[in-house]
Design a protein around this ligand. Structure first.
Ligand code: NI
Length: 174
């Protein structure tokens, strides 16, 4: 497994729509393994392929706690078949928006259809943190970031800070 570089907003690739995968082959599995390693290393609980610059509809998620056994979930071509009217609010962060968090309201429950690591068609009923995480990651596949749900003022402020910290990073390259 190889750790890949995570793209940071503002990056035009993060705003592109990812393409569905036609087949799951060894190359796809290598990519999924790399995504998982990159996510664990970050550390984060979800990562979409677009965040490492690959415009394919692949997501990895692991919401297990630190003291629990790892429980990776690979979702290929995920589609939402049901969203509850009931909503819930979670404080969200994102590996592509380091250091920024915001409370985001989303449907509390969702059902998804997807292809798993072995290429099998599956479905999943998610609620709580998992439902939020899945919706956050599917947004990535459509070029959407959680800051898009904030007021323009808040969103612009976060982007401005990210641009500034990117410039600071550039300065210390020796
Ligand atoms: Ni994210």
């Amino acid at each position: 497994m190889t750790k890949r570089t995570i793209l940071i907003e503002p990056d035009p690739i993060l705003r592109k729509k990812s393409e569905p995968l036609e087949t799951i082959n060894p190359e796809t599995r290598t990519l999924m393994n790399d995504m998982l390693e990159t996510m664990y290393d970050a550390p984060g609980i979800g990562l979409a392929a677009v965040q490492i610059g690959i415009l394919k509809r692949i997501i990895v998620i692991d919401i297990s706690k630190e003291n629990e056994k790892k429980a990776p979930l690979f979702l290929v071509n995920p589609t939402i078949s049901f969203k509850s009217n009931k909503t819930s609010v979670h404080e969200e962060g994102c590996l592509s928006l380091p250091g920024h968090f915001a409370e985001i309201e989303r449907p509390a429950e969702c059902h998804i259809d997807f292809i798993d690591y072995d290429g099998k068609q599956k479905n999943l009923k998610a609620e709580g943190l998992l439902a939020t995480c899945i919706q956050h990651e599917i947004d990535h596949l459509n070029g959407v970031l959680f800051i898009d749900y904030l007021s323009k003022l808040k969103k612009d402020m976060i982007i401005k800070k990210l641009v500034k910290s990117k410039k600071e990073l550039d300065k210390i390259i020796l």
